[in-house]
Design a protein around this ligand. Structure first.
Ligand code: ADP
Ligand code: MG
Ligand code: MG
Length: 898
């Protein structure tokens, strides 16, 4: 029989799929003997069944009742009993934490009757009414669907009437009156009464959590985080403990290390006389945990001990929620905490030093995208004045953008291509779309655990929160700094999430410490040991990885930088980039040539230029392979724009002038080479086969560069790569020409030039006939950009802007196939080509040179497909090294190695 409910004592953290993150970790804490209020969890399976059928699965309520009875028996009183009510919370918790998505309801079991009982047994009328008004408010908005701003307005109005700054100053009578106002509000808005049956409250709350799985915000978050829509959420029901029982009570959140920098030490916020959600809501100002040490040293000591237990048990940074009820500490939640990229590296290294994890585990816990973030530039504030304001550095990085004061403006302006900074007093889940659209989030309230901070960190967005000196007026769409500077909507500001400062205008950028280290090994200015931690992760990755990492580089400078970043060669050198700028004229002359002599002259002028380029790159990569791709793009890319040219000629004619003969020739050539679908036209190997002399010139340039480098005592390792081959015959013919020229140059120079000749695999036909192509190819390199275009039938430049966002919305793909390799389609072709290519030519060297070569997920695929190397842009080389290492660990027991 299927079970739908598990007591905390029956679960464990391995059951997150079934009990959700929150439920399974509560179970784990219970098993560890930490003080967790008793409770049980209704499984994600029950939620899935409910969402599939629209009704709760058979037997679920009986199970819930049985487990509730157990809690009631232990507590010695039933849920909502009038004289002495047991109260519970109903909490959502999916497999993956989804901050702020699903609302928790506290104080279930309170009614008009039991609130009086609670007042009596607790000895505090104020507390009882405060709890009741929270329940009516949360239940009203979450379960009954009343717009929560109605409740907030009523509360604000009451506080204004009583002239008190916050809700702790409201009296029991005030709160009792507020409950009446709230209940009336619910009647007005829904036509229903707030339910006075504790059992009905519980039942409706549980179902509301199920329903909330499909709420709009939850879906948006899942789409962005690539969380499957069919996982469902679990629901945890737990006996209430009360942080709002007076000044010897309170609630807090804490991290076992600083989630922004990774520095060790308890880190968190505490709010006396408050229920849990007050801490993160930012309605009152929290105090740091050091203050708790003063207020309640005994609880602080216990908290520290529990946090140590948790960190040693989870062997990672944990974040926790706790409540102190009249001096008794209760643990309400834990999980492995989110952290910034910086903290991820620092913590991984620290845990290795503390002997808690192995270096392989440390490597598994950091990611390529995090590393990429650490390579972003930082602000150079040396020439900048004082900041407008300072706040808490909640999520690091440097961002510049126009200030906007609400989510929809952020979305609108960002969609129009503008960079924006979302400025709010504090954020709520309603701001999520705007946070997604913004470069940075800036708030005037809230601490490191506020909604803005937690969500921004999760997204890798720059965030400064709690910049209290700023007066944010969202209604007027402006904020004011203490020095009187007014930032209107649209004003550019610079937000430094690492230092926690915001500046007016655009602050210039400078290299990050990680980039400086990668460039020249320098590790100064590194207060947190971040650079050392990154170096250790990369070292470990280099030790365990099987994939080699090369770079795509077209200039000696790029090649040199790539080498400093750890590239083991150039996987793609695009020769056509050497035809642009000044040299375009020479290409033009070649295209316009009327006879062989003119063409040879033009090619002859290009030859020494190309040779020089290759000499530079081969020198920068001396001793390492450099894969040079023969010309790829269609020729008209080197000619002037057709319309521009036609207009120029037409205006000349209109003025009565005779257009220059050159222009006329050019227009002729442009018309001749014009293609409707250039991506599928005369390009790649086709050009080499049809345009005489072009390939010979390029190969000669390569060969002569090899000769020159050899004579200079170098060790040039050039490889020649033919693009866009679809049939082995194309490659055979082209290759004969290549070999002929290589032999010619060898003869002339007396230096034997031996360059492997290979091909790109970037057409489905090439992949499907790879066995035959391998007979003529000494290596393969997947051009996954073109292979994606031709497999999907997408012209990248046309489709991305036109409909990719709609496709992402509709869930047709979770990420663009141009960013992350489409394993099912393109990946299948890759596997076929690898298998058949190697079957035909054992030991065939195979790499990838599309942009996917630097994408973490794709790197893992290429590793599993058995490729020899990935090649990516120089700045992605460290990312690829790290991910290649992580890919090699996949499926191994990382806790077991040294
Ligand atoms: P979220 O997922 O948004 O953090 P939680 O389920 O953790 O939601 O609950 C919101 C707040 O209510 C948290 O601060 C939590 O600690 C508090 N809370 C939840 N259950 C209880 C309980 N049984 N007693 C006291 N506080 C609770
Ligand atoms: Mg929580
Ligand atoms: Mg291509």
């Amino acid at each position: 029989m299927v079970r739908y409910v598990y007591d905390f004592a029956e679960g464990s953290r391995d059951m997150a799929g079934l009990l959700g993150g929150k439920g399974s970790n509560l179970a784990e804490m219970t098993r560890l003997g930490l003080p967790v209020p008793p409770g049980f969890t209704v499984t994600t399976e029950a939620c899935r069944a409910y969402l599939d059928t629209g009704g709760e699965p058979a037997g679920m309520w009986q199970e819930v009742s049985a487990h509730l009875t157990a809690i009631e028996t232990a507590a010695g009183r039933p849920l909502g009993q009038p004289e002495d009510p047991l109260l519970v919370s109903v909490r959502s918790g999916a497999r993956f934490s989804m901050p702020g998505m699903m609302e928790t309801i506290l104080d279930i079991g309170l009614t008009d009757e039991s609130v009086l009982g609670l007042a009596k047994v607790s000895g505090s009328e104020r507390f009882a009414w405060d709890s009741y008004r929270r329940l009516v408010q949360m239940f009203g908005s979450t379960v009954m669907g009343v717009d929560s701003t109605h409740f907030e307005h009523a509360l604000t109005a009451l506080k204004e009437l009583r002239e008190v700054p916050d809700d702790v100053h409201l009296t029991a009578d005030d709160l009792a009156g507020l409950v009446e106002t709230y209940k009336e509000l619910i009647r007005r808005e829904t036509g229903e009464h707030f339910p006075q049956s504790p059992a009905e409250q519980l039942r409706r709350a549980v179902l509301a959590v199920f329903e909330s799985w499909n709420g709009e915000r939850a879906r948006l978050y899942r789409r962005r985080e690539h969380i499957a829509d069919d996982l469902g959420t679990a629901v945890t029901v737990q006996r209430m403990v009360f942080g709002n029982l007076g000044s010897d009570s309170g609630s807090g959140v804490a991290f076992t290390r600083d989630p922004a920098t990774g520095r060790p030490g308890m880190y968190g916020d505490y709010l006396p006389d408050a229920q849990g959600e007050d801490v993160v809501a930012g309605i009152r100002n929290t105090v740091p945990l050091t203050e708790l040490e003063r207020l309640d040293p005994a609880s602080h000591t216990r908290l520290r001990a529990h946090m140590e237990t948790l960190e040693r048990h989870y062997r990672d940074l944990c974040d926790i929620e706790f409540t102190i009820e009249r001096g008794t500490l209760w643990m309400l939640q834990t999980r492995v905490g989110k952290r910034t990229a910086e903290a991820a590296f620092a913590i991984a290294a620290a845990l290795v030093d503390e002997g808690l994890i192995t270096s392989d585990e440390a490597l598994a816990r950091v990611g390529g995208e995090q590393l990429a973030r650490l390579m972003f530039p930082r602000f150079d504030t040396s020439g900048t004045g004082a900041p407008l304001a300072r706040g808490i550095p909640a999520s690091p990085g440097a961002a510049v953008g126009a200030a906007v004061f609400d989510s929809s403006s952020a979305v609108r302006r960002a969609a129009a291509g503008e960079k924006v900074v979302l400025v709010r007093q504090e954020t709520t889940p309603d701001d999520l779309p705007g946070m997604l659209a913004a470069q940075a989030v800036l708030t005037s309230r809230g601490g490191k655990t506020s909604h803005a901070a937690v969500v921004a960190r999760g997204m890798g967005k720059v965030c400064v929160c709690g910049a209290e000196a700023l007066t944010v007026d969202t209604g007027a769409r402006r904020c004011t700094a203490p020095d009187g500077t007014v930032v209107e909507e649209g004003t550019v500001v610079s937000v430094d999430g690492s230092a926690g400062a915001v500046y007016a205008g655009t602050v210039p950028l400078t290299d990050s410490a990680v980039i400086r280290y990668l460039e020249d090994g320098s590790t100064d200015e590194d207060a947190n040991g971040l650079v050392a931690a990154v170096a250790r992760a990369l070292y470990r990755a280099d030790t365990v990885r099987r994939l080699e990492v090369r770079a795509n580089a077209d200039t000696p400078e790029d090649a040199a930088r790539a080498r400093r970043f750890g590239a083991q060669g150039v996987g793609l050198c695009r020769t056509e980039h050497m035809f642009l700028g000044e040299r375009r004229k020479l290409v033009e002359a070649m295209i316009l040539a009327r006879d062989e002599a003119e063409r040879d002259q033009a090619l002859g002028a290009l030859l020494p230029l190309q040779r020089q380029d290759f000499i530079g790159i081969l020198e920068a990569m001396d001793g390492l392979p450099v894969t040079i791709r023969l010309i790829d793009p269609p020729l008209h890319e080197f000619l002037p724009d057709r319309t521009e040219l036609a207009v120029r000629i037409a205006t000349a004619e209109a003025r009565g002038a005779v257009p220059g003969p050159h222009d006329a020739d050019l227009l002729d050539a442009v018309n001749r080479t014009h293609e409707e679908n250039p991506m599928l036209g005369l390009r790649g190997v086709r050009l080499g086969l049809v345009v005489p002399g072009l390939v010979a010139m390029q190969v000669r340039a390569v060969a002569e560069a090899v000769v020159e480098r050899t004579k200079a005592g170098g060790s040039p390792q050039a490889e020649i790569m033919v693009p866009l081959v679809g049939a082995v015959e194309e490659l055979r013919i082209e290759r004969e020409e290549v070999e002929r020229v290589l032999a010619e140059v060898s003869r002339e120079s007396g230096v034997p030039v031996r360059c492997p000749v290979g091909t790109m695999i970037e057409l489905p036909r090439a992949a499907l006939t790879a066995g035959r192509i391998a007979a003529e190819a000494e290596f393969f390199s997947f051009g996954t950009n073109d292979l994606t275009q031709t497999t999907w039938g997408f012209s990248r430049d046309d489709v991305e802007a036109a409909f990719f966002s709609a496709y992402l919305d509709k869930g047709i793909f979770a990420t663009s196939p141009f960013e992350t390799l489409d394993r099912d389609g393109v990946g299948r072709l890759v596997r076929i080509a690898v298998d058949e290519g190697r079957a035909a030519r054992p030991g065939l060297k195979i790499g990838v040179c599309g942009e996917h070569g630097g994408d973490p997920d794709s790197v893992h695929f290429f590793h599993s497909a058995g490729l020899d190397y990935v090649s990516c842009s120089p700045f992605r080389v460290p990312v690829a090294r790290l991910e290649a290492g992580r890919a090699a660990l996949e499926g191994t027991d990382v806790s077991d190695s040294r």
